[in-house]
Ligand binder design. Sequence first.
Ligand SMILES: CC(=O)SCCNC(=O)CCNC(=O)[C@H](O)C(C)(C)COP(=O)(O)OP(=O)(O)OC[C@H]1O[C@@H](n2cnc3c(N)ncnc32)[C@H](O)[C@@H]1OP(=O)(O)O
Ligand SMILES: CC(=O)C(=O)O
Ligand SMILES: [Mg+2]
Length: 364
Amino acid sequence: MTRTAKDFFAPLAVGAPAPLREIPARPSRAIHFFDPGNEKMAAKVPDMVGTVDVLLGNLEDAVKAENKEKSRQGLVDIGRATDFGPTQFWTRINSLDSPWVLDDLTTLVPEIGDKLDVIMVPKVQGAEDIHYVDRLLAQLEAKAGLTRPILVHAILETARGVANIEEICAASPRMQGLSLGPADLAADRRMKTTRVGGGHPGYLVRQDAPKVGGETQYDAERTSYQQDLWHYTIARMVDACAMHGIYPYYGPFGDILDTVACEDQFRNAFLLGCVGAWSLHPVQITIANKVFSPSVEDVTHARRVITAMGDGTGAVMIDGKMEDDASVKQCQVMVALAEELAAIDPELKKQYAAIPDQVEVHQS
Ligand SMILES: CC(=O)SCCNC(=O)CCNC(=O)[C@H](O)C(C)(C)COP(=O)(O)OP(=O)(O)OC[C@H]1O[C@@H](n2cnc3c(N)ncnc32)[C@H](O)[C@@H]1OP(=O)(O)O
Ligand SMILES: CC(=O)C(=O)O
Ligand SMILES: [Mg+2]
């Protein structure tokens, strides 16, 4: 038999902190990756506090095998020395089948467990991976005397992980969210793209060939539109996360110089329901902060609808459009996010506060 509901609210080790009943909705527009063993990157971390929602010390892929211990120690040093203020502090540990992961967990929890908000686990295949990390974390938290549980975030980057997405989300009350891992996922699925996230010019739909005098002109110029390779997986992530009260994120966009396409990819994810994306380079923090913050226009409209709808029932016309119980809920999502962000971002607070109260409604 699987765990019962009440088992979920008991610690998995004597003395471990009680599991959370709800995952807090903390802003995490950009999860900024840095290698804690890279002196140049590490030196920038203290100044990045407050400019980015999440700072993540990466120990897995992109860290050379010979530098794994150095990066782990670098993370401990940064964790101890830094006051993270409003910025969350996360890490990505090595994969569960690697020779480094046990030392990652048994070092990080006692040394900086009181600072770590979330541990990102790569290449999660199913609930069994989360159960392993869940129990081990509880034992380590109890031993270290931690008073709040460290949350767990899974990267979806294998076909089996995608197939098991719901059971992964439901595996533990520690589950904070999911990120798309497009590079490993493409490899595991044998997709034929060598890009780290983003689109592909070959994945498109093309307009039908025109007919001239009854003859189909296959050679004619035709409009084609590039499609989103990741739409299916992101949509699955969004549904699974929403169903389990946790948060979905787009992952990395490897073409650092193409800030325009990065913004497009992030915006697609935002519109579909993701709360943030990864930043691999400082330039991507600005993009994520912009994209994952509702625009002043959207917040203005949402507030108008909410005010006009009063108790939230019935239907009204605003600017020629019908608004009702369902659209007011959409608007509440927008306003709630704006309020969360305004609480940590003074510039946004100013912009949203400047929105005038306006209610010009034609009631039916
Ligand atoms: C598929 C996956 O798993 S994705 C996740 C794993 N990958 C990562 O974490 C990659 C993280 N990012 C990086 O390693 C680097 O940004 C790279 C390799 C992509 C590019 O690095 P560079 O060639 O040094 O970039 P660039 O020259 O533009 O850097 C400009 C400055 O920003 C710094 N910088 C670059 N990336 C970062 C970063 N992620 N965090 C903090 N500082 C950074 C550089 O050290 C450099 O500093 P300097 O001006 O003092 O010399
Ligand atoms: C994000 C990640 O780890 C990947 O794309 O493989
Ligand atoms: Mg990966």
